[in-house]
Ligand binder design. Sequence first.
Ligand SMILES: Nc1ncnc2c1ncn2[C@@H]1O[C@H](COP(=O)(O)OP(=O)(O)OP(=O)(O)O)[C@@H](O)[C@H]1O
Ligand SMILES: [Mg+2]
Length: 367
Amino acid sequence: MSAISIRQVAKSYAKSAVVHGVDLEIESGEFVVILGPSGCGKSTLLRMIAGLEAITSGEIAIGTQIVNKLEPRERGCAMVFQNYALYPHMSVAENIGYALKVAGVSKAERRRRVEAVAATVGLSDTLDRKPAALSGGQRQRVAMGRAMIREPKIFLFDEPLSNLDAILRVGMRAEIRRLHRRLGTTSVFVTHDQVEAMTLADRLVVMRAGRIEQVGTPAEVYDRPATRFVASFIGAPPMNLMDGTLEPGDAFRLACGRQLALAPGMRVGFGAGRVAFGIRPEHVVLTRPGAPGSLDANVDFIEELGASRVVYAEFGGIAFATVVPPEALVRTGDPIGLLLPAQHLHAFDAETGRRIQPADRRIPQAA
Ligand SMILES: Nc1ncnc2c1ncn2[C@@H]1O[C@H](COP(=O)(O)OP(=O)(O)OP(=O)(O)O)[C@@H](O)[C@H]1O
Ligand SMILES: [Mg+2]
């Protein structure tokens, strides 16, 4: 039995559909991250699970129970938002324990549970302070503590780290991960930050325009993106994508007119037709211009990332990125050759954007 079943769930506002028939099963104890660009329907989907937003059609079950008509408080979910809106006049302890107070839990019992939760989120020393006297990260932890104290079956997070500075985000990310390992509570976490998504998720759900494009582990999604959109959305710098036409024989003609001789393993099983080839910047091999099979270009600019360098060369109308080690001797303006190893190439259908599976690749046998 899944912890959360989302079946053909759709949402429309007035006449405009923003979520189109989404299906998703979330297992008990899983940490699922929903990732996608702004406006793709992530928050809407999360809010429908929480019961904060009505479902236009379809069904959501939590455990065995269909919750479409249940009030938010009857669903056993606790939600943590980007804007966590703590009560400013209450202390940290009162903020964390508020839900218990409302529920009529005794003062002694409340104190005990607040202290336990505060210890878990590292706020034991700040229990008497007001939110105004806390850092952003500490406030975010109060919001987490406030959600945890209800001992929910499910945690729902909507971009809870977006208001924090970069260093704090990394720290809180690790804390959320540790907390999940300790508590094992089923969690759904929404973000548009791909690094956050990759590092937190047991399973990643990539959404686009109200639809799920791919569900998989971070490694599966990175290594075998199901669509061109996923390929370009995940990874920094993003995957290099080349549009062109497979011509009879061994040639791939790029949109700019340049031609690429295909190694046998690169051939895709259509004979001819429009496709997009993709290759991740870390898989491109820098070589000398004129080397057998290389694409020749000049270096446009280089990004120095410390642990690596990203070399950009205009090629086929795109800024083609190649990741090289910091010690690589290459400068702006240098003529270079780029090799695209066949085993690292991805191919996408030009019309549908869908991945062309290697099973579809018929590598010609020697006659
Ligand atoms: N109350 C509403 N009435 C009409 N349209 C809405 C309403 N709430 C959201 N939308 C629209 O639904 C779409 C999905 O919104 P949603 O908030 O789910 O996006 P999101 O993926 O969470 O984006 P972000 O990353 O910016 O938070 C958007 O186009 C948004 O404009
Ligand atoms: Mg949102």
